[in-house]
Design a protein around this ligand. Sequence first.
Ligand SMILES: [Zn+2]
Ligand SMILES: [Zn+2]
Length: 435
Amino acid sequence: MKPLILLFIVILLSGFDSKKEINKWIKEDISYLRNLYIDIHKNPEISLMEKETSKKLANELNKIGFDVTENFGGYGIVGIFENGDGPNILYRTDLDALPMEEKTNLPYASKVKTMDIYGSEVGTMHSCGHDMHMTVWTGTARALIEKKDQWSGTLIMIGQPAEEIGAGAMMMLNEGLYSKFPVPDLGIALHSSPTILSGKVGFGKGYIMANTESVDITVFGEGAHGAAPHMSIDPIVTASLIVMELQTIVSRNINPLDDAVITVGSFRGGTKHNIIPDEVKLQLTIRTYKDEVRNLIHKRIKEICDGIGASVGLEKSRWPKITMPDTYTPANYNDPDLVDRLIFSASNSIGNENVVMAEPQMVGEDFARYGKTKEKIPTVMYWLGTVPEDRMNKYKNGNYALPALHSPYYYPEVEKSIETGVLVNTNALIDLFNN
Ligand SMILES: [Zn+2]
Ligand SMILES: [Zn+2]
């Protein structure tokens, strides 16, 4: 055999061996990571209140030799590990949970209650899988440090607060993420998928998640006794007209080939059965991909509110007040070349059959911002399958809807999801550092 071919085979085999070694190490670390997952799941903290969660993760990185900066942009964490020459790679997890009661009946379900922004006590739950993201993030850091002789470069681990309110990435970037720390050459993140089986991962190319924005509408009226509606201009009825009319924007104004969602997620007004209030507040979420669709939606919301305000007999100064956001969470764009590299690496880690292509979705994620600064770093967010096999089988047999993210019934298959996430990420980062 020619010496060159022999050398090539030796390199290939040693690569194969080192992969096997990593897999073995990760399998042995799962019980540690499972405990961490349960701990995080049982102790959720909502956006901007992630104090203990953040400390916990900072501690995990400190233990394995990262240079950690805490409280960076709210409760953000930046962990740097310099490991010789090579690219700077950013890997981000989010930290926050949601203000909702968990209804999974799991033995480790969260019983935590928190005061929400309206001053009412609400249940608190990791129903978006951020507990899984943190566990996989920690597991990947542990595996990469354990195998640090296999890669070189600078690893930038980000623990980002306030993802659920679309604020955390901006808070960390505004605090100087790219000026006080090395500028990344590329960035990755994963998100739990409520529709992909655990053991698999999913990739999308180009736009994978939507522009998302929150719009507030205050509907004014004239209050009166509930028994004297003729003395009032009832804002509950006016707001109801607005909610119904908003349904026609997507169905009648937008090109059916374009994507858009308008959801009224909150409708608040009144204090008592027999009082017609003088104000109702609506909270909307809007999802789009194209700017022209977004602009058309803004225009139609204004026309509908003005028109209904006039039709119920309100003075022009009392027509519904619309508060459009100054900023919005931009759509997530997965860099196609980086997706190809990650698919190649994931297929080597867990097999072709466990790597699936995923459809774009109308959910939003502020991870998009890390790629939208002047540095224009390529980023990819991919889906980590988390659906337990029994749930998937029930779904396939019909008459059962898989619980979505933000559902009080959502939960991931713990060990298999952790193992798959850590395996795919560790190998992906090693490959990205080395190529
Ligand atoms: Zn979420
Ligand atoms: Zn999320």
